[in-house]
Design a protein around this ligand. Structure first.
Ligand SMILES: O=P(O)(O)O[C@@H]1C[C@H](O)[C@@H](CO)O1
Ligand SMILES: Nc1nc2[nH]cnc2c(=O)[nH]1
Length: 291
């Protein structure tokens, strides 16, 4: 490790090598679980799991609803690794730390990253409990220069100036829609634009009005950094937001949001999300290999 925030290739490699020495699983898919959505990992069969505190170089989760475990296992015969808990900028982690696991996954051989998050909706037609397939994102911290790809570029991972158009894989989005149709849940499935803000506060009414005018469908405090780093190193990306609350947009509205309410709604849709992600992975064209 060079300085507190600078992570070098050897640091990622050291963590990847440690994990490869501890498990026979060789995942091609990684899943990052959002707030209250860690139950996705429970569906993995033949699990090997590691507490973040036991993994060399791994940051620690500090947020309720983020268990802090890395779980390897199989979903319908496909080998996956699942983060039960992610890292957020507002916890005080640098963006290199927030995205550290993604580069480790790349070195493990992961080709597809699936991200989930809890988010508040701005789109008038969305309801609490809706599942939004992420079509694109607006990365507010990134637009302001807070970007995990800032600093010296590691050419072994990807190019200095990566494109960000078409990052959320079109064929996986279509497949997810088809699965939702066959599961009979299309009535609460949306596709839209996720916006990352820094948090940890929820939006003021004026900020909500701004995001609404910008065409944001759902807002949260994560996801964009992990997606940037995954896309930079050539991974295929798929993302889901669970709409846990409608963002308060009017001074007449006496509602207010809380993290507890977010976790409560996450619980309500956990089974559907688990079924959707499992079916998506089972339909993906992945060749398994083991150590
Ligand atoms: O990890 P995610 O993005 O799901 O967490 C969201 C954003 C905040 O961390 C938290 C607010 O309740 O949920
Ligand atoms: N920024 C933000 N993050 C969230 N995560 C879950 N709900 C919300 C929300 O309303 N705003």
């Amino acid at each position: 490790m060079h300085s507190k925030d600078q992570i070098c290739h050897e640091d990622y490699q050291r963590t990847a090598d440690w994990l490869l020495s501890q498990t026979q699983h060789r995942p091609k898919v990684a899943i990052i679980c959002g707030s209250g959505l860690g139950m996705l990992a429970d569906a993995l069969k033949c699990q090997d799991s590691f507490k973040y505190s036991d993994i060399p170089g791994f940051p620690q989760s500090t947020v309720k609803g983020h268990a802090g475990r890395l779980v390897f296992g199989e979903l319908k015969g496909k080998t996956c690794v699942c983060m039960q808990g992610r890292f957020h900028m507002y916890e005080g982690h640098s963006l290199s730390k927030v995205t550290f696991p993604v580069r480790v996954f790349k070195l493990l051989g992961v080709e597809t990253l699936m991200v989930t998050n809890a988010a508040g909706s701005l789109a008038d037609s969305y309801n609490c409990g809706d599942i939004m397939i992420i079509r694109d994102h607006i990365n507010f911290p990134g637009l302001a220069g807070l970007n995990p790809l800032s600093g010296p570029n590691d050419d072994k991972f990807g190019p200095r100036f990566p494109p960000m158009s078409g990052v959320y894989d079109k064929s996986l989005r279509k497949m997810a829609f088809d699965i939702c149709k066959s599961m009979g849940v299309s009535q609460y499935v949306q596709e839209g634009v996720y916006c990352m803000v820094g948090g940890p506060n929820f939006e003021s009414i004026a900020e909500a009005g701004l995001l609404h005018k910008l065409g944001v469908d759902a807002v949260g405090m994560s996801t964009a950094p992990e997606v940037l780093v995954a896309s930079h190193c050539g991974m295929r990306v798929f993302g889901l937001s669970l709409i846990t609350n409608k963002v308060v947009k009017s001074y007449e509205d006496n509602e207010s949001v809380s993290h507890e309410a977010v976790l409560e709604v996450s619980k309500m849709r956990s089974e559907t999300l688990q079924a959707l992600v499992t079916e998506l992975i089972s339909r993906m064209d992945i060749n398994n290999n083991t150590a």
